[in-house]
Design a protein around this ligand. Structure first.
Ligand code: ADP
Length: 272
């Protein structure tokens, strides 16, 4: 079958020159009513890349993550995952999204862990982790159990399969939530301030699990965090956002040791 010139050009650029990013935001704006919280975000993540989103509260970091998880719709702009549209919203409101079936398939590439765990309280730990693989991926009970146990082992909770969430510490709950997201084998995971609701002595165990997952290397990770030491250790690139803009980005050493913008300098001064 012969290809059109356009198709050939696409194949060349995909195959050799330009790698298709895992995630790409182009001129993404988001308003809640009259409040515009993102004013045109451009952001790319490569396969396996770990980025940390830092910045003052209310600057729009969570909203960036939630749009990727399809929990919020952008007001305008485009978000692509592996070169395919997740959202495409034209400026004057005409929304073009992927079809439901396609969106469903795209969503399986993305996982998210939230500040407040969001576990199902009426299900035991194993049930919490097997629910999505069974319902969304259609795995058999046995397959889902095998996968779930493997993930619970990874987060150090293989001995808690038959326990209800209410009996777990905050750190353990959050580790279940991480296993629940991992079990879907996403290509990109959003960790949204996953330690903010924890007692300080429980923060370390959760960060250690995330660090271990990061070191495995395969998954792209978006870490929305106030833990600067953690961002520095785990992220390949740190992105500083303020007031709905990306102000500065770069390798952790540059962002933390040699911040260029006054906005980032004053942010770092305040939190140190
Ligand atoms: P960050 O994660 O940087 O703290 P967020 O993305 O949570 O910022 O919030 C950005 C702004 O959007 C805040 O002013 C917040 O109050 C507002 N916001 C977030 N979600 C909603 C919502 N569902 N309805 C109205 N306002 C919202």
């Amino acid at each position: 079958m012969s290809l059109t010139m356009e198709e050939q050009a696409k194949q060349v650029s995909v195959g050799s020159v330009n790698k298709v990013p895992m995630v790409k935001y182009t001129n993404v704006m988001k308003s809640f009513g009259d409040l515009e919280v993102l004013h045109g975000i451009d952001l790319e993540m490569q396969a396996g890349e770990k980025i940390a989103l830092i910045g003052p509260s209310g600057s729009g970091k969570t909203t960036i993550g939630r749009m990727l998880m399809t929990l919020e719709e952008p007001t305008s702009g485009t978000i692509e995952v592996e070169g395919e549209h997740l959202w495409h919203v034209e400026k004057k409101g005409r929304l073009v999204r992927a079809s439901e079936a396609h969106l469903h398939q795209m969503r399986t590439k993305i996982g998210m862990v939230f500040q407040h765990f969001n576990l199902f309280p009426h299900m035991k730990v194993l049930g919490n982790v097997t629910e999505a693989p069974r319902k969304v991926l259609g795995l058999s009970k046995e397959e889902a159990n095998d996968r779930a146990i493997e993930m619970l082992r990874k987060v150090g909770l293989a001995d808690k399969l038959d326990v209800y969430p209410a009996k777990l510490s905050g750190g353990q709950k959050q580790r279940v939530a991480i296993a629940r997201a991992l079990v879907m084998r996403p290509k990109v995971m959003v960790f949204d301030e996953v330690t903010s609701a924890l007692d300080p002595e429980l923060v370390g165990e959760v960060l250690a699990v995330i660090k271990e997952i990061a070191e495995e290397g395969e998954m792209a990770m978006m870490l929305i965090t106030h833990e600067m030491d953690f961002a520095r250790e785990v992220a390949d690139r740190v992105i500083f956002g303020a007031e709905g803009h990306i102000v500065e980005q770069g390798p952790p050493e540059q962002i933390f040791e040699n911040p260029q913008s006054e906005r980032l300098q004053s942010f770092l001064k305040r939190i140190r």
